[in-house]
Design a protein around this ligand. Structure first.
Ligand SMILES: [Mn+2]
Length: 278
């Protein structure tokens, strides 16, 4: 029995099958941790989502920005972008089942895992954890989003209001929708920020492209960090799977951009990968 964190699949279905074959994945024994962005931009969003849905008992997953984007389109709140590859999924007869299932997923997952070096707490989000958040801040923020997104009464208003780069940081008296947007941006879109959590969401690129005064979120001292905690995230393909920090692991290695899909085995930190098939 082993746990594998899998990077952003983004509809790269054949590469996912290839990677699972490479790790000898056994759905009756092993667990997969998906860092989000299961779908979009790659060739087979529908087959990817179908496949993961069918083995959902063996999977933990957190939602990424592309998964949220899909939900907003599926609810008729946004139009697809030109390079989105969601059409087949949007026309699926099981669309309502997939929407409901995704709406009930979290933006944060954590679990104690017995590793070769002792017990560790693994914490997974799509983009990361901002420097100023404590454990309680992270749990409260993700719980509020989960309750809102899974609520039949609140999810439309939420999905309508998560778009935008502001507010850039926590301020006193933020209203509920601004707080939800900011916390969703932290968990699903963050790359660069200041130590107080001020976000810079326009700049992408590598760690060297940091705007003046900002750093990659994981290059700040993190309030949440302790010696047993290991953070897993995706979202930032340009890192090439490298953070330079031993207990913060990036598993997005840009499969959809022509590179590879990566699995990180939590028990022994071994990395497996499968190249993009052309
Ligand atoms: Mn992403």
């Amino acid at each position: 029995m082993a746990n594998y964190a899998i990077g952003d699949v983004q509809g790269c279905f054949n590469e996912l099958l290839g990677l699972l074959d490479r790790i000898n994945f056994d759905p009756t024994e092993d667990h997969l941790w998906f860092v989000g962005d299961l779908i979009n931009r790659g060739p087979e969003s529908l087959r990817t989502l179908e496949f993961i849905y069918q083995m959902k008992e063996s999977c933990n997953l957190v939602l990424g920005n592309h998964d949220m984007h899909f939900l907003a389109i599926a609810e008729g709140l946004r139009r697809p972008f030109k390079n989105d590859t969601l059409q087949e999924l949007l026309e699926s007869e099981k669309l309502t089942i997939y929407i409901k299932w995704l709406r009930c997923q979290s933006l944060l997952h954590y679990e104690k895992i017995d590793c070769e070096v002792g017990t560790k707490v693994y914490l997974m989000t799509h983009a990361g954890i901002p420097p100023h958040w404590s454990w309680l801040d992270a749990l409260e923020a993700s719980q509020e989003i989960k309750e809102t997104l899974s609520s039949d009464n609140l999810h439309i208003e939420y999905l309508k209001n998560i778009y935008g780069n502001l507010p850039a940081k926590s301020e006193t008296n933020l209203n509920r929708l601004d707080r939800l947007r900011l916390n969703t941006n932290y968990l699903t879109r963050m790359r660069f920020c200041k130590v107080d959590g001020e976000l810079e969401l326009k700049i992408k690129g590598t760690i060297d492209d940091k705007p003046k005064g900002f750093k990659a979120w994981f290059d700040h001292p993190l309030s949440i960090q302790n010696e047993n905690l290991h953070i897993i995230f995706g979202h930032w393909a340009a890192l090439g799977g490298k953070t330079g920090i031993s207990n913060i692991t990036s598993v997005d290695t840009g499969c959809v951009w022509g590179y590879k899909l990566t699995a990180f085995r939590l028990e022994d930190s071994r990395v497996f990968s499968y190249d993009r098939i052309n």
